[in-house]
Design a protein around this ligand. Structure first.
Ligand code: CA
Length: 230
């Protein structure tokens, strides 16, 4: 399941921009424009993270953050506060109200996504230890091992993370940019061509066990992991 991110922002253009970036990165976006609609969303769908604008009509983001922290349904949901105000006093006030991180407008989509991932990583412990399996391929996060029909597959750390991402997001196409964001994370100063290099290495590692065709090139779009090979 992709993480659900609740965006609480009253300015339609910014809400739209946030939702676009969140979805582009593979998350689900839930939207609200004030405290009431935020609570309404939460009643229907508990989010994994809340992006909360400071300046909201009626009830401010700071007050709403305190409400979230006081309610058992939302107590443990990480909050990133968005604000146009950058001074240190506001930052401290935001964090004291219960936010986990704080981002100042205007922000770059990359910075925003890096913050979201960092906060989610802190809250959802790393790679879950459960073994992943798909089409005869098994990946064991705890021991960093991969087997194909019982045969060990040797992978470098990046190929391992790449395969882990693919196995948890099978049958969907990801662009090089999306893969960079998801797999390389905050080390964003990497060329898109790097993705191709690691895809090649991953395929080469899977070739001896005849599973390289699970890593599929989708012309003009990117790559997909699929157990349906033709
Ligand atoms: Ca606002």
């Amino acid at each position: 399941m992709n993480a659900k991110i609740l965006i609480v922002e009253d300015e339609p253009a910014i809400q739209e921009l946030l939702a676009f970036n969140v979805m582009q990165a593979g998350f689900q976006a839930l939207r609200a424009e004030d405290a009431d609609s935020a609570w309404q969303q939460i009643r229907g769908n508990v989010p994994d993270l809340i992006l909360l604008d400071w300046m909201l009509p009626n009830i401010s983001g700071v007050v709403l953050a305190k409400q979230f922290r006081a309610d058992t349904r939302t107590r443990d949901i990480p909050i990133i506060m968005l604000t146009a105000r950058g001074d240190e006093r506001d930052k401290i006030l935001g964090l004291e109200s219960g936010a986990d991180d704080y981002i100042t407008k205007p922000f770059s989509p990359r910075e925003l996504m890096a913050r979201i991932r960092a906060v989610l990583r802190r809250h959802l412990p790393g790679l879950p230890d459960e073994t992943l399996s798909a089409g005869g391929l098994k990946l064991l996060p705890a021991s960093h091992r991969v087997t194909a029909k019982g045969i060990a597959v040797e992978l470098g750390p990046t190929e391992f993370r790449l395969l882990h991402f693919f196995m948890t997001h099978a049958e969907r196409v990801y662009s090089r940019t999306q893969l960079l964001d998801q797999v390389w994370g905050t080390q964003v100063f990497v060329e898109e061509r790097t993705v191709d290099v690691h895809i090649r290495r991953l395929r080469a590692a899977l070739e001896p066990v005849k599973m390289d065709n699970m890593i599929q090139t989708v012309r003009g779009s990117g790559y997909r992991f699929s157990i349906t090979t033709t």
